[in-house]
Design a binder for this molecule. Structure first.
Ligand code: ADP
Ligand code: MG
Length: 314
């Protein structure tokens, strides 16, 4: 796909769904880690953006954030800093490409990982409420597990999405997560994406296992959103810090990703906001690293990560 120049001032798309209502806020969660949440958020977000939707990705995997690494962008402030008031939203939002923005988090922030962000949800809700730009989708990568700091990020007005794989541990952990989401946050409905399967038939089969127990033991309504095919190209794309579509548009898992994007495009529930929003204006930085050498001050977090990844000398 041909890349347009990211100016941050693209005209509004005609198929935008934010014109009348607020954005759809979609949380992407899992019981077990490593099931592909961040890959999905990065790739799905990009696909939706390239289909003309305005998409904001929010990395809420406090302590283990990695969307900035996957999307190859340079963060200058983090969500944690915005939530604690030491940075503005303008400083934290990074333009990834036309129609796509990221609010990154910092990895290795122990306070955040320990759960001192337990009140984060209220602050995030307020942030979305005050968010000055129109978005169609806000995709939140909320991290794995059932720790209070993860659970507290969910809200009934968000569309909960749980990612599972065929591994039995992924299913049992998803069950635990969904049960706690119902009990603690009153979330009685969740979408499910089955990742790393051979085809749609396996996806449906894996979903049915989870859905059977959800129906029998929990008063939760699960909706099958689709599958993402198992594909080594996805691992290669992470290694190369590229979106799958940019690595190989013809990769075997692209059609399943496109179907998922189609499914996500169908409106389900909106985040209710009465505030008047403005079309995205220019101050959003374009932060994607190109092939240029890093020109960052020593001690800069972005430089630290690039050093760790062997992209610049220590
Ligand atoms: N559909 C897939 N097929 C093959 N490998 C995948 C797939 N989805 C994800 N992966 C691999 O799994 C790894 C972990 O994914 P990630 O998105 O970081 O998981 P999580 O955010 O849930 O912890 C990725 O680095 C990638 O190599
Ligand atoms: Mg992740």
């Amino acid at each position: 796909m041909q890349q347009r120049k990211a100016t941050g001032q693209e005209p509004r798309s005609s198929n935008s769904c934010a014109e009348k209502d607020g954005p759809r806020v979609i949380t992407v969660a899992s019981g077990k880690g490593g099931v592909g949440k961040s890959c999905l958020v990065a790739n799905l977000g990009t696909l939706l953006a390239r289909r003309g939707h305005r998409v904001l990705l929010v990395d809420c995997d406090f302590g283990l954030a990695n969307l900035d690494i996957m999307l190859n962008v340079q963060p200058s402030a983090s969500l944690e800093q915005v939530l604690e008031g030491s940075a503005s939203i303008h400083e934290a939002v990074v333009g990834v490409e036309p129609n796509l923005w990221l609010i990154p988090s910092f990895s290795g922030v122990i306070e955040a990982a320990r759960g001192e962000m337990a009140s984060a949800r209220e602050k995030i809700l307020a942030l979305f409420e005050e968010f000055p730009w129109e978005m169609d989708f806000i995709l939140m990568d909320v991290g794995a597990g059932i720790q209070p700091n993860v659970l507290s990020l969910h809200h009934p007005s968000f569309e909960t999405t749980v990612v599972i794989t065929p591994e039995p541990t992924s299913l049992t952990d998803a069950y635990g997560l969904i049960k706690l989401l119902k009990r603690q946050s009153g979330i009685g409905k969740a979408g499910v994406v089955v990742n790393r399967v051979t085809d749609g038939r396996e996806g449906v089969k894996v979903f049915q296992k989870l859905n059977d127990v959800a129906k029998r033991f929990m008063d939760v309504q699960l909706e099958y959103l689709g599958h993402w095919q198992k594909d080594e190209k996805i691992t290669e794309s992470v290694l190369k810090r590229k979106i799958l579509l940019d690595l190989d548009e013809g990769a075997s898992s692209v059609p399943s990703l496109e179907l998922l994007a189609k499914r996500f495009q169908t409106s389900v529930r909106k985040f209710e906001s009465n505030r008047e929003k403005h079309p995205v204006a220019s101050p959003l930085r374009v932060g994607r690293f190109m092939d240029e050498p890093a020109q960052l001050a020593p001690g800069n977090t972005a430089r630290f990560w690039r050093t760790l990844l062997g992209e610049v000398k220590a």
